[in-house]
Design a protein around this ligand. Structure first.
Ligand code: CP
Length: 316
């Protein structure tokens, strides 16, 4: 990935489903440039962004805001709980209002899968003209997490071809699993799945990778990508036993010892310590948890810049 790749231009950034490999490589290169202290673009006019998080978030919300500030954007605060959404205003009308006030870009996290579809496929009569960046939709897509994960894997191995990557845990509810299985297979990695077998839907997941119990994977994988058990999305929560889950499906200290020398552990966060991973392994030498969060700022700068370019904001 030495030669300079083309500038990415997108009107919105909502999914990795149809993202070409060349675009992923260009974004990795651009994020790396920002990470290494490269100059941010000089915009010909102010660009305004708002972050609309209808689901809880620490990493994605703060990381996007940090990326926006590093890029020199003006961030207009938006708190759903104190907004007119509470009076019944629709998401479309909320965005029409923010856009009319002068906001150019909206980063949105929402519990509804595909909430963005009617915001980017607008009828000719619509006056809405705002760039949408998806900060995670239900169990659908999490493009910024997926791309920061690609950057983290690329930093470790320098390529994706034939890497063996296990995605482990709450597959059913995971937008991270869905985004990453799509992107990793397109990039040439070999994906495996593990965790409770009832969270592995054969029909959906088998086209991307095989299911195997964790003890059959642990010694062979280059990346152990652990997923948070999303307690808030489980109806039958009373049946969940954290200790039993950890022993059967989690990264225990004994499983850590069986990992390949150069293998790494990833987790999108937030972590349930002692469930997906032993608490003492969160900052172990093979863990890239903190690195993922560091990378997120620079990848989100690259993603925001792509939408700024795609919408010809800031004179580019
Ligand atoms: N990884 C992730 O999306 O974390 P947050 O929910 O804290 O944003």
């Amino acid at each position: 990935m030495q030669k300079s790749l083309e500038m990415v231009k997108l009107p919105h950034f909502v999914s990795v489903e149809n993202l070409p490999v060349a675009t992923v490589k260009a974004l990795i290169q651009r994020a790396t440039y920002f990470q290494q202290g490269g100059n941010v673009p000089v915009w010909s006019k102010p660009i305004y962004a708002a972050n609309l998080f209808f689901e809880n978030s620490t990493r994605t919300h703060c990381s996007f805001e940090m990326a926006e500030r590093k890029l020199g954007l003006t961030v207009i605060p938006f708190d759903p709980a104190a907004s007119s959404v509470k009076k019944g205003e629709t998401l479309y009308d909320t965005l029409l209002s923010l856009n009319s006030i002068g906001i150019d870009l909206a980063v949105i996290r929402h519990s509804q899968n595909g909430y963005y579809r009617n915001l980017i496929n607008l009828p000719a009569s619509s006056q809405l003209n705002i760039g949408i960046v998806n900060g995670g939709d239900g169990s659908g897509q999490h493009p910024s997490q997926s791309l920061l994960d690609m950057l983290t894997i690329y930093q470790q191995f320098g390529h994706f071809n034939d890497l063996k990557i296990a995605i482990v845990g709450d597959l059913t509810n995971s937008r991270v699993a869905r985004s990453n299985m799509q992107l990793l297979t397109r990039l040439g990695a070999k994906v495996y799945f593990s965790g409770p077998e009832y969270w592995y839907d054969q029909q959906e997941f088998s086209q991307f990778g095989q299911y195997l119990p964790i003890d059959q994977l642990i010694g062979r994988m280059d990346v152990m990508m652990l997923l948070r058990v999303q307690h808030e999305r489980h109806a039958e929560e009373s049946q969940f036993d954290a200790q039993s889950y950890h022993q059967k499906y989690g990264l225990t200290k004994s499983r850590y010892q069986q990992m390949k020398d150069k293998a790494i552990i990833m987790h999108p966060g937030p972590i349930n310590r002692g469930v997906e991973i032993d608490s003492e392994l969160v900052e172990a030498p093979k863990s890239r948890f903190a690195q993922q969060m560091k990378n997120g700022v620079f990848m989100r700068m690259a993603m925001l810049e792509a939408v700024i370019n795609g919408r010809h904001l800031g004179g580019r």
